[in-house]
Design a protein. Structure first.
Length: 89
């Protein structure tokens, strides 16, 4: 089928064959089509990557919320301005 999109060639290693065999059990309607099974695996992998990314983002946001303001008052008023007075121009 003609396309302007990049194509990818993957050699079916033992590990990939095992993954495709497992995918055939998960998606039996496509068990006869290894290319479709590979696409199922890619889509499932992307779903897991997206979930992991969202989990990490949520953990970072939680850490920011939990630590926000813990250093409030640690430096006296105008500390930064006083420190910068000694800096060369």
């Amino acid at each position: 089928m003609p396309t302007t999109r990049p194509r990818h060639v993957i050699t079916e290693s033992d590990r990939l064959a095992d993954a495709l065999d497992a995918a055939a059990k998960r998606w039996p309607a496509d068990a006869h089509n290894r290319a479709k099974l590979l696409m199922h695996l890619v889509e499932e992998g992307m779903r897991v990557v997206d979930l992991d990314h969202k989990r990490r983002q949520a953990a970072r946001a939680k850490a920011v919320r939990e630590t926000a303001g813990v250093l409030a008052g640690a430096y006296r008023h105008r500390y930064l301005e006083e420190l910068q007075e000694d800096w060369p121009e």
